[in-house]
Design a protein around this ligand. Structure first.
Ligand code: ADP
Ligand code: SF4
Length: 702
């Protein structure tokens, strides 16, 4: 029998309102939990994995579970991104896997029909993208879209209608017309920024709304007797007067179409605004833009805002802001969020931390992953369930050294399996890097990685956690557990070795160099750094360099951020944060030196070189924060394995290294590494072949 946490508690009556059924046109949702459409990097390429990922949310209590964007026609596709496809009837069986899975668990399945327009360069089909007006692509890709003529519009309406019929035949209960995120053709028609037409589809708002209205009417006419017709509309672009605003045309569009769809799914545009990270937004951040919608329609309204607190959810419904609690990220981090509230286990919710690693996986065209939920994307291929795990194979005991994300997750999952598990960490409080990094500006939600796991460990009978416990090889031996897992983390290098420099940077021995570990140390005081300017050298390119520059600038220091890349924190393009990070640093007057590497340090200055020409410039800096590469903390592992190699430690059956101590990476990678170690503990693992199921496109020739 699989191991799960106790599920016998009763629901808090305060949350009853969240479990009321809500009618959406011809269908009824069993409660108010609604997984809005979201990308998962699996779509048409990995249909089994996608179906299992969505079905598990229905199992976890979500009343509605939607697909990602589902491309309706080959003339508008966004490959290599992996969205859903409903180009013709051959796509129906793959989509049926999803609808069957969702229905099996009592959920309604929704599909977001999309015609991407000029946002999709059609790299696969090689069709010319279409748009309301002639326009260059919105990326720097050398592509232009052509303006649609009346025949194109008639064709599009027919394609949308046909796709809706296919969607109904595939078993979908809710079918979307989609105008959002600055990513769909109906949106481009709505927007006066994109729509420069002079005919009845351009000009006045009524004309610009015409196509969207027709698509909704066509869909209702085609399948509205059986399926609910939902509309996804962005009501504000956060662009002020140059975009659609919630007190301007966003409001007017809702007023014009108020009773036409069966459900309004409203949000803000673009994706970086809609999926804003916790660094830049708080729970419920979309309310100021979307709250008006319910005053203009009698139809149910769903909205998002990274909702993880049941009290906030109840508040949204009671105050008449929303009828459905929409969620993408909270449903990824915890597919069982509704069931946990329903069974009085709200303290067991694995709350989304708002880091956007899930978004980043889609952006790098990889199957979805999540920092908080290591089973995300692994439901089908590895058979991992977010709440169930196979029982222990033996009564053996495990000592986990290190209470960061890797050690905590490993200990939690091992203890859940039934292994007698002890976690020891040298620090006075557990959490490793998340406990420290959560103190940086905007990252407080990241502590949820620790809080969820420490909360679970407290409830698990076979688990013990010890802080203030530095383990050396003698203590590990003395402790006498059957197995040892080392999750001892990593430290930032001080010598500048990284992407640019494969050897230490010269001159650093005589210069005040600090690392992120120094600055994150709770006893560190920025005032103890030499007075004068501080250089942050960022050859890491994720969040750390940028956020330390922000931290130092907010402490009143003059900061130079030096990066070999063309923009600060460049990898955060994938988490949709880069624009906000660079804006914030510029607003804080951080001096950004781009495309430059740190060349050498002098006595009271440093030299940087252009990464293209090598031309050197001197920067007046009195200290450097080195954000380049991390070194795994593996001394204990090396010592223990050396003793084993010498014939010692015979009672210890296995020693494993996991997380950043194995190879420093993201927090998501550390959690995954910890979880995987626990899942595979005591199991026979295939290493000559992929240890997971694959989806092989053998069905070719069509
Ligand atoms: P990861 O991301 O892999 O979980 P972290 O750096 O977040 O790594 O956490 C590593 C944790 O291991 C830190 O809290 C650190 O204090 C702890 N640690 C490292 N070495 C030892 C040791 N020898 N004994 C006990 N705890 C240790
Ligand atoms: Fe939330 Fe981060 Fe998981 Fe995405 S990856 S669902 S933002 S915790």
């Amino acid at each position: 029998m699989a191991q799960t946490m106790n599920e016998t508690m009763t629901r808090n009556p305060h949350y009853d309102i969240l479990f009321e059924p809500v009618k959406i046109g011809p269908v009824t949702a069993r409660n108010r939990f609604y997984q809005v459409p979201h990308c998962a990097g699996m779509g048409h390429r990995y249909p089994f994995a996608n179906a299992a990922h969505r079905a598990i949310k229905a199992e976890g209590g979500w009343a509605v579970v939607c697909t990602e964007e589902s491309e309706i026609h080959h003339s508008s596709e966004i490959s290599p991104a992996t969205e859903s496809r409903i180009w013709d009837e051959k796509d129906i069986p793959a989509l049926q896997l999803l609808t069957d899975g969702v229905h099996q668990h009592g959920g309604l399945a929704g599909i977001e029909l999309v015609y991407i327009g000029y946002h999709g360069p059609n790299r696969y089909s090689r069709e010319i993208p279409m748009a309301p007006s002639h326009t260059v692509a919105d990326s720097y890709e050398p592509i232009q879209a052509r303006a649609m003529n009346k025949k194109d519009i008639r064709n599009l309406r027919r394609w949308h209608r046909q796709a809706a019929i296919r969607a109904r035949d595939a078993g979908f209960d809710i079918i979307y017309a989609y105008a959002g995120h600055d990513m769909s053709l109906p949106w481009h028609f709505l927007s006066k920024r994109h729509n420069l037409r002079m005919d009845e589809y351009g000009g006045s708002l009524e004309n610009r709304v015409r196509l969207f209205r027709e698509l909704i009417e066509d869909t209702k006419d085609a399948v509205g007797d059986k399926c609910a017709i939902a509309v996804r509309l962005a009501v504000d672009e956060l662009l002020g007067d140059s975009g659609i605003t919630s007190d301007g045309e966003g409001r007017d569009i809702i007023a014009m179409l108020a009773e036409l769809p069966d459900l309004w799914d409203v949000n803000i545009s673009n994706w970086a605004n809609d999926s804003m990270t916790s660094r830049f937004s708080t729970e419920g951040f979309q309310e100021p833009y979307t709250a008006f919608v319910k005053s203009l329609t009698t139809k149910p309204v769903v909205g998002v805002g990274r909702f993880t607190s049941p009290d906030t959810m109840v508040d949204q419904v009671r105050r008449g802001v929303l009828d459905f609690i929409g969620a993408a990220r909270p449903s990824i981090a915890d597919p069982f969020l509704p069931n946990k509230i329903e069974s009085g286990r709200e303290n067991d919710i694995r709350e989304c931390i708002g880091c956007n690693i899930c978004v980043a996986s889609d952006n790098v065209v990889a199957p979805i992953r999540c920092t908080q939920n290591p089973t995300t994307g692994e439901e089908w291929r590895r058979g991992w369930h977010p709440e169930k795990i196979q029982p222990a194979r033996s009564k053996e005991s495990v000592l986990v050294v290190g209470g960061g994300p890797a050690g905590l997750e490993c200990a939690r999952a091992l203890a859940l399996r039934g292994y007698q598990t002890t976690l020891a960490d040298s620090r006075s409080s557990i959490g490793g890097r998340v406990a420290l990094e959560a103190r940086l500006p905007g990252l407080s939600n990241w502590a949820r990685v620790r809080d969820y796991r420490s909360g679970q460990l407290e409830q698990l009978a076979g688990a013990e956690v010890y802080a203030n416990s530095t383990m050396d090889a003698d203590l590990v031996e003395e402790f006498g557990s059957d197995h040892v897992v080392l999750a001892t983390g990593s430290h930032w290098r001080r010598d500048g070795k990284g992407r640019q420099h494969k050897q230490p940077i010269p001159g650093l021995d005589y210069f005040p160099v600090f690392t992120p570990d120094d600055l994150l140390n709770p006893s560190f005081n920025i005032d103890d750094m030499p007075s004068g300017n501080i250089a942050v050298y960022d050859d890491d390119h994720y969040y750390m360099g940028g956020i330390l520059a922000e931290h130092l600038a907010k402490a009143g220091r003059t900061v130079y951020l030096i990066t070999p890349a063309s923009e600060v924190s460049t990898w955060t393009q994938h988490t949709l944060e880069q624009g906000r990070i660079q804006t914030r640093l510029l607003e804080l007057d951080v001096h950004i030196l781009q495309q430059r590497r740190l060349e050498r340090a002098g006595s009271a200055s440093i030299e940087t070189a252009c990464v293209y020409t090598g031309r050197v410039e001197t920067v007046d800096c009195q200290s450097i924060v080195m954000v380049t590469e991390r070194a795994p903390e593996r001394e204990l592992y090396d010592e223990l394995t050396a003793r084993q190699d010498a014939g010692g430690l015979q009672k210890i059956l296995s020693i494993q290294l996991i997380g950043d101590a194995l190879a420093p990476g993201t927090i998501a990678a550390a959690v995954y590494g910890g979880h995987r170690c626990a899942r595979e503990f005591g199991e026979e693992i295939e290493i000559d072949k992929a240890p997971f199921k694959r989806e092989i496109p053998w069905f070719s020739g069509h």
